[in-house]
Design a protein around this ligand. Structure first.
Ligand SMILES: *Cc1c(COP(=O)(O)O)cnc(C)c1O
Length: 370
């Protein structure tokens, strides 16, 4: 059988192993925050945000940010039906109600018209998730947020390297969150980042992230409120420092992998890849193919063909409203339909062109057989 092709894995060099080794040997006592502070500063600079707080995960960063905004029981939070569960779990943990709306058929991101229709007097926030690196229509979402006095939050877990009219995805809303899970463009194994330009929000998140202990509190072991424990370790931050120093290279590789797929698939009718509209840059975290309904290609035929070729391709996110713990919203037509005829292609940074060509061959075969 042909060698297994994984769908993602981090790009690790001597820089990462050097910093992590240094953190393991020297990063204790007075130095136990050195890499964390360095990573936060470097990420802030990369993004063009005023404040950044390293966290244990993107889910944790989202939980902290929503809690800091005071979101809780009786509140509604609007987000796209197509997404990973991570964005909505904190909404549920805080006792607020998630309101799932449909996506746009081309960007696979939140449909601003549907957002507008879903707003009620209880709506407290809109969470824009830049799915697979595709950038949400932030101009319209921010305008809706402004008009109604509602926070617009960005889950940019999948959007490292993506840009919206010159500004980094994740830096445009009330706050942004990032993931450094092992599958993401920048990795620390597990990890995340909270970013904002709002000084007061930053201070609240810092306090919440450290068990409710304010930075200004001089008494030892004295929390001022009940918080969370969502901090990143210095060891993880050491890996993050190396990754952020290589950010341009990491994003360039993801874009090169996507471009190679796009060129190879160019002549084939009946499929669409991640879009990059003018004014936007797509970080292309996850190259994804959506097949036209007329092709007859299904998620099942794709999964079977990729499994047969020993390639780890993944299904497009199921609609969250279709999961057992939420109320079905089949009226979210695109979110329910697109995953039935789509697939994520492998895209790790060090992927070779022959490996990509094996992937493209499977796409061709499935199209031909349908
Ligand atoms: C990966 C991912 C997350 C979760 O990140 P963790 O660091 O694993 O918590 C959240 N949102 C989206 C859109 C993701 O892709």
């Amino acid at each position: 059988m042909a060698e297994r092709i994984p769908y993602t894995r981090p790009s690790v060099t001597a820089r990462e192993s050097g910093y992590v080794t240094d953190a393991a040997v020297n990063g204790w006592g007075a130095h136990c925050y050195d890499y964390i502070e360095r990573f936060e500063a470097a990420f802030r600079d990369h993004l063009g945000s005023r404040f950044a707080v390293a966290t244990s995960s993107c889910t944790g960063a989202m939980h902290l940010g929503l809690a800091a905004l005071g979101i809780g029981p009786g509140d509604e939070v609007i987000l796209a039906d197509s997404n990973w569960i991570a964005t909505v779990a904190p909404v549920v943990h805080l006792g607020a109600r998630p309101v799932f709306v449909d996506i746009l058929p081309d960007s696979w991101c939140l449909d601003p018209d549907k957002v507008r229709e879903a707003i009620t007097p209880r709506t407290r926030a809109i969470i824009a998730v830049h799915l697979y690196g595709n950038v949400c229509d932030m101009d319209r979402l921010l305008a809706i947020g402004n008009e109604h006095g509602i926070a617009v939050i960005e889950d940019a877990a999948e959007a490292v390297g993506s840009r919206h009219r010159g500004r980094a995805a994740g830096s445009l809303g009330t706050f942004g969150t990032f993931s450094f899970h092992g599958t993401k463009t920048v990795s620390t194994g597990e990890g995340g980042m909270f970013v904002t330009d709002d000084a007061a929000l930053h201070e609240t998140v810092l306090t919440l992230s450290n068990h409710g202990r304010a930075r200004t509190q001089t008494r030892q072991f004295w929390p001022d409120r009940v918080g969370f424990k969502y901090k990143m370790s210095n060891l993880q931050a050491a890996m993050g420092c190396a990754q952020i120093e290589r950010i341009d290279e990491l994003v360039a590789r993801k874009r090169a992998v996507f471009d190679h797929y796009a060129r190879q698939l160019e002549g084939l009718a009946g499929l669409a890849l991640n879009p990059e509209p003018s004014g936007m840059v797509n970080g292309y975290w996850m190259p994804t193919v959506v097949f036209d309904r007329e092709t007859g290609v299904t998620r099942e035929s794709l999964c079977a063909a990729f499994a047969h070729a020993n390639i780890d391709a993944r299904v497009f996110f199921h609609p969250l409203s279709g999961l057992p713990m939420f109320e079905d919203r089949p009226g979210n037509t695109w979110a329910w339909d697109i995953p039935t005829r789509a697939i994520n292609l492998p895209s790790f940074h060090d992927m070779t062109q022959p490996q990509q060509e094996r992937v493209v061959d499977v796409v061709r075969q499935v199209l031909k057989a349908s």
